[in-house]
Design a protein around this ligand. Structure first.
Ligand code: PSV
Ligand code: MN
Length: 386
């Protein structure tokens, strides 16, 4: 195993989402679990446990207003004391009644103002927490043909994005996330990577695309999108999760580990794994029926395993086979790497860093799950909209 592979794995970073520690689920039912956090501070405490056990998850994404606090500087300090940092700030312009017909694309200018002001407030939160990334996802769209003017909605979107973009500090970025459908079922205002990319290009270099792996039509070749955006310098982040049907938000790598490997292969091949490439590898998941902290640890391990396999691809053999037009040979190079059991390697690297080689077993043995069930009694559990 080359030292470069080991070094790349040691340096990998994965961001976990605050909301995945809280109660979340489907639009039909959210099943509450004992011991889930009641406050942003308790979410950070859980995230710190994931980082302590895996060694690769030092940042936590916040979602405003789900993580609203009076003093964001203090929250960032609390995170630092736990050995972690605040990652992306996610805006939320999809849960107020005012947004029934859209947020920044709403036909009513007063609603558009309210939505844009919220996005600007999120930049204030970034200033206070030292966060680099503003992640924007808009549920905006229409349900019926004729409901609104499709082109005018794009103009409204561009205007709001422009205002927020101009507010960003020199070291801050905008991540624009797209999603095929839901909650809008006829048109969605940012439905695909092409739309997100076009808006980013119009905005400027600090605007990049966030690929949520659950936000595509079935059969979409996500690694092609990854390759295209990498080449264009506009891939800013991933929201990793996996799906069997639509935006299922299941654990990344659970539904299709091969797809995750193919995505990570494009990242590795482009030299975009390291922090200097500026790509945020985030999780965006809902753990509706499984215990949350171990599910997040499992997800982190799944990303590490896909990455390790991608790093094992013999780049020279692949390039030689490609140049020679050796279709089967080139495919075999990829499949050999995918078929490698990388778990012993990752366990060894963890042991070298003083971590338990098996973070899930270490979590079970830690007693943390029992401790939070015993301690987090009373108060209101955090969840979607809490
Ligand atoms: C939307 O489906 C999304 O993927 C966005 O990232 C949201 O902010 C997130 O889910 C939270 O549920
Ligand atoms: Mn997402």
């Amino acid at each position: 195993m080359s030292e470069a592979v080991r070094e790349a794995l040691r340096g990998q970073r994965i961001e976990t989402p605050s909301w995945a520690y809280a109660n979340s689920g489907t639009r039909f039912k959210v099943f509450a679990q004992a011991g889930v956090p009641r406050t942003p501070e308790e979410k950070l405490a859980d995230a710190a446990v994931v980082h302590r056990l895996t060694g690769v998850a030092p940042t936590v994404a916040l979602h405003i207003p789900w993580d609203r606090v009076d003093d964001y500087g203090k929250l960032a300090g609390y995170a630092r004391d736990l050995g972690i940092r605040i990652g992306a700030i996610n805006s939320n312009v999809f849960q107020d009644d005012d947004y029934k017909l859209g947020s920044v694309t709403n036909p009513d200018p007063a609603v558009r103002r309210k939505a844009t002001d919220h996005l600007l407030e999120c930049v204030d939160v970034m200033d206070a927490t030292g966060s680099r990334d503003l992640k924007l996802w808009f549920s905006d769209g229409t349900n019926y043909p004729g409901q609104d003017d499709i082109r005018a909605r794009q103009d409204r979107l561009a205007e709001a994005l422009g205002e927020v973009y101009r507010r960003l500090g020199p070291d801050q970025r905008m991540l624009l996330e797209y999603k095929l459908f839901e909650p809008a079922f006829y048109t969605t205002d940012v439905p695909d990577w092409g739309t997100a990319y076009a808006h980013c290009v119009e905005l400027g270099p600090k605007a990049t695309v966030c690929i949520d792996t659950g936000h595509h039509a079935p059969g979409t070749n996500i690694e092609f999108i990854v390759a295209f955006l990498l080449r264009a310098g506009r891939l800013g982040a991933f929201d990793f999760n996996s799906r069997f049907y639509a935006d299922d938000d299941l654990m990344v790598g659970a539904a299709d580990p091969f797809q995750l490997f193919r995505i990570m292969h494009e990242i590795v091949a482009a030299g975009a794994l390291g922090a200097e490439a500026g790509i945020a590898f985030m999780l965006d998941q809902c753990h509706n029926i499984e215990p949350k902290i171990p599910a997040i640890i499992r997800s982190v391990l799944n990303v590490q395993e896909a990455t390790a396999k991608a790093l094992l691809v013999d780049a020279k053999a692949l390039a030689d086979a490609q140049r020679a037009g050796d279709v089967l040979g080139a495919n075999a190079v990829l499949m050999d790497a995918f078929a490698t059991d990388v778990r012993p390697l990752l366990a060894e690297l963890r042991a070298e860093q003083g971590l338990d080689p098996d973070p899930l077993a270490a979590y079970r043995a830690s007693g943390y799950a029992e401790k939070i069930v015993a301690e987090r009694v009373g108060g209101e559990q955090a969840g979607w909209g809490a």
